[in-house]
Design a binder for this molecule. Sequence first.
Ligand code: B12
Length: 156
Amino acid sequence: MYPHRQPPDNPHHAVLTTIASDSHTWNLLFLQLLLEEQGWEVTNLGACVPVGVLIEEATARTPGLIVVSTVNGHGAEEATGLARAVRAVPALARVPLVVGGKLNTSGTIAPDVHASLTDAGFDAVLTGANAVPGLLALLDTLPEHRHGRPHVDAVR
Ligand code: B12
């Protein structure tokens, strides 16, 4: 799925963030726990993250994944600038970058909104009932992580 990607410095590390206007945090906690359950180490940047802080934190780690969660309804507009800023940093240009949550106030994402987010640099836009299954399926496509993942059968 990501054939031209450079190997990340920290393949099992995910940076979890939201957009600068969004003060909701339970969504972030949920995603942190979900990712940790899947074997990821997570840096959760918390609420109202300025894009510059995300860039600084992500550049310091070169993670295997950046997850943007936003539910305040501004994501569809604000996250495009975030993605462009991330993609403009050479070390982050090919890090898998996903966005999800409640991206606008209509409850559904129109195809042109979806396209504007992927054009800006997101690899996946995950909303609605299939968002979490979609993220889990995407995690399984990340080769570095899959190979380094703890062997869950051993603890069953
Ligand atoms: C609690 C809450 C608050 C609390 C937040 C406290 C906190 N520490 O987080 C407070 C009171 C502070 C608050 C403030 C506001 N809120 Co509020 N809030 C809620 C509420 C009731 C619950 C959110 C919550 O915690 N859910 C629990 C978490 C676990 O679930 P979640 O956030 O939905 O996330 C799930 C999915 O969306 C998904 N998901 C989320 N992100 C991602 C990312 C990826 C990659 C994936 C795969 C999945 C995913 O996974 C999660 C688990 O299923 C919702 C309404 C609702 N019932 O959802 C409104 C809601 C999110 N708030 C809303 C609004 C408008 C606001 C305010 C703007 C209100 C105002 N006028 O001041 C402000 C926000 C200000 C800002 N700057 O952001 C709206 C957003 C509009 C929209 N998107 O349609 C909602 C939907 C209410 C509504 N129906 O209008 N809010």
